[in-house]
Design a protein around this ligand. Structure first.
Ligand code: PLP
Length: 368
């Protein structure tokens, strides 16, 4: 049986999950095929996956089974109208080599916020958290232990009706697949402040981790890549000047002894779990953290007067990504990322917590 030592609330969830989720183990693990020293993001998948169906009333057929293809009708509603949401979470090894999931309850809460915005059903805790914990327990060998590496967990939900009329689906599928991953951006990034294309508007779906947000960003990002940038730093759609976020990362700007990050009030920015973690860490480090509107003009001004110290992105996939170039119209901001002592300290503290090197005073790790 499983060597699980959860706090009471968590063990209750595991017990419920174990009663409700059928497990079929693989007879042939693919673990030995993985080169943990050369992990490429999102290419290889762990031995098992979780699948469950929503039948219009409740979640059922919850099952953990060997990773495999699905058989899906061409009329599947998700393919046509994009009722699809996802999450990104990471599991790390602690100092004893046991898996820990970083802040999964925060992602669970956000998943339900995304589901509501997209007219999709609420996810029960036993399925999302309990199912994920069972899956990691079973595939614990897939959680990398080397520096900067982790098991990337991808829970997602899609519409499942076989119907091409435009309406919310009655049925849905929930799945979790897991991919061992190395460092996502291992070099500093170059960003273009985009003021032609817009990612999200107030009243839209920017705050949901909904598939369509990414589909809509592909073309502008492709254009930016052709010009040599890694990502776009999105600004608001009304005044084209207030920073939102970039790619799948929230953004931080360090000016003097203050760290600024855009506030979430108008619903155009994804509320990153890394974002709130980094805000707390910056605060612990003695910086003043300011959540509020930041205009690109303020960033340019700080650069010109020499007070702009660092710009970095934060996200589960990339952790903390240093921004080296930031271009906006004819302004070219060039930063020396070898001097990023704030960003470096944030990464150190975050890594130390996620891998159990320092005490988890904040209760961020879900131990398996
Ligand atoms: C996932 C995501 C982030 C980062 O969120 P984390 O919870 O820190 O991974 C930021 N912006 C967008 C658009 C995202 O999809």
């Amino acid at each position: 049986m499983m060597a699980v030592d959860y706090p009471t609330a968590k063990s209750t969830i595991m017990e419920e999950a174990m009663k409700k989720i059928k497990v079929t183990k693989t007879t042939k693990s693919r673990l030995s095929e993985v080169d943990f020293n050369n992990l490429v993001f999102g290419k290889k998948y762990a031995d098992h996956m979780l699948v469950a169906d929503f039948d219009g009333k409740e979640w059922k057929n919850a099952e953990i089974l060997p990773f495999q293809h699905l058989s899906v009708s061409p009329s599947n509603a998700a393919w046509h109208y994009g009722q699809a949401i996802f999450e990104g979470i990471k599991a790390y090894q602690d100092q004893e080599g046991n898996p820990m999931i970083f802040r999964p309850y925060d992602n669970y809460a956000r998943f339900n916020i995304s589901a509501e915005r997209m007219g999709m059903p609420d996810m029960p805790e036993w399925l999302f958290i309990g199912g994920m914990a069972m899956l990691i327990d079973l595939d614990r060998g897939w959680v990398p232990g080397n520096t900067g590496c982790s098991l990337y967990l991808r829970p997602f939900m899609i519409a499942a009706d076989e119907f091409i009329g435009v309406r919310p689906s009655d049925t849905y599928k929930f799945m979790i697949i897991n991919s061992p991953s190395g460092p996502y951006f291992n070099k500093p990034i170059h960003l273009l402040v985009q003021d032609k294309y817009i990612r999200a508007f107030p009243g839209g779906v920017g705050y949901a981790k909904a598939a369509g947000n990414y589909g809509g960003a592909m073309y502008p990002t492709m254009q930016a890549r052709k010009q040599g940038y890694d990502q776009i730093l999105w600004v608001d759609g009304q005044e084209h000047k207030y920073l939102q976020e970039c790619g799948t990362m929230n953004v931080f700007v360090v000016i003097g002894n203050r760290a600024y990050t855009p506030d979430l009030t108008n619903g155009t920015i994804l509320a990153g779990v890394t974002r709130i973690s980094v805000m707390e860490i910056l605060n612990d480090m003695g910086l003043e953290v300011i959540e509020g509107p930041i205009s690109i003009d303020d960033v340019v001004k700080a650069y010109k007067d020499g007070t702009l110290r660092e710009v970095f992105g934060t996200g589960t996939a990339s952790s903390v990504a240093y921004v080296e170039h930031l271009d906006y119209k004819d302004h070219q901001i060039r930063l020396d990322t070898t001097k990023y002592d704030v960003g470096a300290e944030v990464i150190n503290r975050l890594d130390a917590i996620r891998t159990g090197k320092t005490a988890d005073d904040k209760g961020w790790n879900f131990k398996i």
